[in-house]
Design a protein around this ligand. Structure first.
Ligand code: OSB
Ligand code: MG
Length: 368
């Protein structure tokens, strides 16, 4: 399989409802769609970096630069087309995992389409439907949040994740828990705390949370291990886990009891599977995190989440929870039992609508 052409498109899609985390409030999302062509077929990938470096240092501009100058040439000039070979060569470039993952995912989609099988089958996935939850941002008031929690439970979601930050934490979690004593509930701080907040964070132990995600900043495995020793709530790391090695190190020093896998954060599916396997060998459950992806990125996540050690509900919601008009048709929908089906057609198994991609495009470039 020879890759003849790669296209990049920078898109902006507005959210149906703003999304606020400890890092700030956003009304929509800039991201990159990668399309790789070979022998009459094409594969899609999504680069989950955003316009500003809040969640990670990568941005849509750095990803565009690294893709066009370093990563796309691996495929077009060096003739690499197998995703595993690409992942190996891409390791020569330090960092920039989201840029790397976008192209790797396009190659995986292409390879599965060529083989005529859904990506989940190619990955060795073992489930047909994924247990999912919804990630709810910070609101202007607790009653507004409670109303949204109610709405999404009514939609059929069986797990709720609340974004927290200093000043929007214990009281918020307490009120949601009071309304829903049995619901699977977890909280995500996106690194907003430090060890001196330990006393406050420990108060969260009273609310029977499934897990507390990323209380301290990325790259701080040690302080997480100090907190986990004292907290009964399992800590789950997101931003801190950038690959197989950090996953192993975090487990060795007891920084967490759960890991959130995001394919963009670790640099592609090859690395994501290694993180999955390290956790499985250690008896640590994983779940699939989300970056408010379009239907293209979320379809990729569904296939990844079909691997056997994805044991907790994933941050994967229906298209209409994010966007008025998703890039794919039909959109992704929630089943009545609170799951989302893994697509069964070849590759990512969903259908991007080129006219919608065009309408959302701010910039595009073709490489051959
Ligand atoms: O920390 O998990 C996170 C979205 C953007 C950046 C970081 C995070 C998130 C989410 C969204 O929680 C989850 C989703 O895609 O539904
Ligand atoms: Mg997170």
């Amino acid at each position: 399989m020879k890759i003849e052409r790669v296209e990049l498109a920078l898109l902006y899609l507005p959210y149906v409802h703003f999304f606020e985390t400890s890092l700030g409030r956003e009304e929509g999302r800039e991201f990159i769609i990668v399309k790789a062509y070979s022998e009459g077929l094409y594969g899609y990938g999504e680069v989950v970096a955003s316009e500003a470096p809040f969640y990670s240092y990568e941005t849509t501009s750095t990803a565009w630069h690294v893709l066009s100058k370093f990563l796309i040439p691996l495929v077009l000039q060096q003739g690499i087309s197998r995703p595993e070979d690409y992942a190996w060569e891409a390791r020569r470039f330090r960092g920039h995992p989201m840029a790397k993952a976008g192209l790797e995912l396009a190659l995986w989609d292409l390879q599965a389409k060529k083989a005529g099988v859904p990506l989940a089958r190619m990955y060795g996935g073992t489930r047909e439907a994924i247990d999912v939850g919804v990630s709810l941002g910070i609101e202007d008031s607790i009653p507004e949040l409670l109303e949204r929690v109610e709405y999404f439970i009514g939609e059929g979601y069986r797990r709720i994740k609340l974004k927290i930050k200093p000043g929007w934490d214990v009281e918020v979690v307490k009120r949601v828990r009071e309304d829903h004593p049995e619901m699977l509930l977890q909280a995500d701080a996106n690194g907003a705390y430090s060890l001196k907040d330990k006393g406050g964070l420990m108060m969260l132990d009273a609310f029977d949370l499934l897990l507390l995600e990323q209380p301290f900043p990325p790259y701080d495995l040690w302080d997480h291990s100090r907190l986990q020793k004292e907290m009964s709530t399992p800590i789950c790391l997101d931003e801190s886990i950038i690959g197989e090695d950090t996953a192993r190190q975090a487990l060795e020093i007891g920084s967490c009891r759960v890991i959130n896998i995001k394919v963009g954060r670790v640099g592609g599916f090859v690395e994501a599977r290694k993180v999955h396997d390290v956790c499985r060998r250690a008896g640590i459950p994983v779940w699939c995190g989300g970056m408010l992806e379009s239907g293209i990125g979320r379809a990729h996540n569904l296939h990844i989440a079909s691997l056997p050690n994805f044991k907790l509900p994933s941050d994967l919601s229906a298209s209409k929870r994010y966007y008025r008009e998703d890039l794919i048709d039909p959109p992704i929908e929630l089943e009545r039992d609170g799951t989302i089906k893994v697509p069964e057609e070849p590759g990512i198994g969903v259908h991007p609508v080129e006219a919608r991609i065009k309408r959302a495009t701010l910039r595009e470039e073709s490489f051959s």
